[in-house]
Design a protein around this ligand. Structure first.
Ligand SMILES: NC(=O)c1ccc[n+]([C@@H]2O[C@H](COP(=O)([O-])OP(=O)(O)OC[C@H]3O[C@@H](n4cnc5c(N)ncnc54)[C@H](OP(=O)(O)O)[C@@H]3O)[C@@H](O)[C@H]2O)c1
Length: 261
């Protein structure tokens, strides 16, 4: 029960990794604010599962690209609880395009949705936190590796990892830890969407090059995130934890493609 009595806000927790984390924290006693954008039914379903898992929770809608809506989420948390213990910036989106085809509005939208929302969100979260507070952002291996159509999102993830270091340095004296979890390929709707884009190879061909030979399941990412949010990680701040099954340490020639593996 590492999260008994803790109030956690997880953006984009109506499905995927965010939902898995909501349930992981709920099983250890947290009250989870389930944030989503459009799918209210999915969010309510997550809240019901959070309660069934032994936690408590409620849902709040906001497009994180919209600053006023984002501020409204923190206003609602402040009104309801007067404080926040754990803030996880998990929601993310982009238009997948080659770098040469990106227009200014693609850059602005992806930056606002992913980076600006984290910076403003972390400021608001820290204002509601006391000693022991935790801020976590979900990054991806596109922050440190290049692959087709991911430039805009990958560059925004790299920016997030830099912001993590600056916030960690500034909030360390207040005993608020700020970290990033960098995920590899995770079996979610959004991974299916990415590999469903025209010209993408089947996910199975990519997974065969990962040392673990499989995608992560959302619960595996959630368990690593829970570590970073817990007292077990009390001295861990300003870091990026890779949770990628070894994806980013492997390089060509790939073992699975040798004639004698
Ligand atoms: N899946 C992977 O393979 C993978 C790998 C590495 C990193 N990640 C990262 O992990 C995080 C979660 O990814 P995921 O695959 O679980 O889910 P996702 O499909 O990226 O996001 C799903 C959640 O985010 C919300 N959301 C999306 N756009 C939003 C916006 N503009 N404003 C507010 N909420 C928004 C959705 O709400 P609605 O359903 O209501 O729209 C939903 O709750 C992301 O940061 C992603 O980049 C994923």
């Amino acid at each position: 029960m590492r999260f008994r009595g803790k109030i956690a806000l997880i953006t984009g927790s109506s499905r995927g990794i965010g939902k898995a984390l909501a349930l992981t924290l709920a099983r250890e006693g947290a009250t989870v604010v389930v944030h989503y954008r459009r799918n209210a039914a999915a969010a309510e379903n997550t809240v019901a599962e959070v309660r069934a898992a032994g936690g408590d929770g409620w849902s709040v809608a906001a497009d994180v690209e919209d600053l006023t809506a984002l501020e409204g989420v923190f206003d609602a948390v402040a009104t309801r609880h007067g404080r926040l213990d754990l803030f996880v910036a998990n929601a993310a989106a982009t238009a997948f395009k080659p770098a040469m085809e990106l227009k200014a509005h693609h850059l602005e939208r992806t930056f606002n949705m992913n980076v600006r929302s984290f910076v403003i969100g972390a400021q608001r979260a820290a204002t509601l936190m006391g000693p022991g507070g935790r801020i976590l952002v979900i990054s991806s291996y596109g922050s440190v590796r290049a692959f087709p159509t991911y430039a805009n999102l990958g560059a925004s993830k790299a920016a997030l990892e830099a912001w993590v270091r600056f916030f960690a340095e500034e909030l360390g004296p207040r005993d608020i830890n700020v970290n990033a979890l960098n995920a590899g390929i995770v079996a979610t709707d959004s991974a299916d969407f990415f590999y469903g884009q025209p010209g993408m190879p089947p996910m199975a061909t990519v997974v065969a090059r990962i040392p673990k030979r499989r995608a992560a399941c959302p619960a595996e990412i959630a368990r690593a995130a829970a570590f970073l949010l817990s007292e077990d990680a009390s001295y861990v701040t300003g870091t990026v934890l890779m949770v990628d099954g070894g994806l980013t340490v492997a390089a060509p020639p790939f073992r699975g493609e040798m004639s004698r593996a």
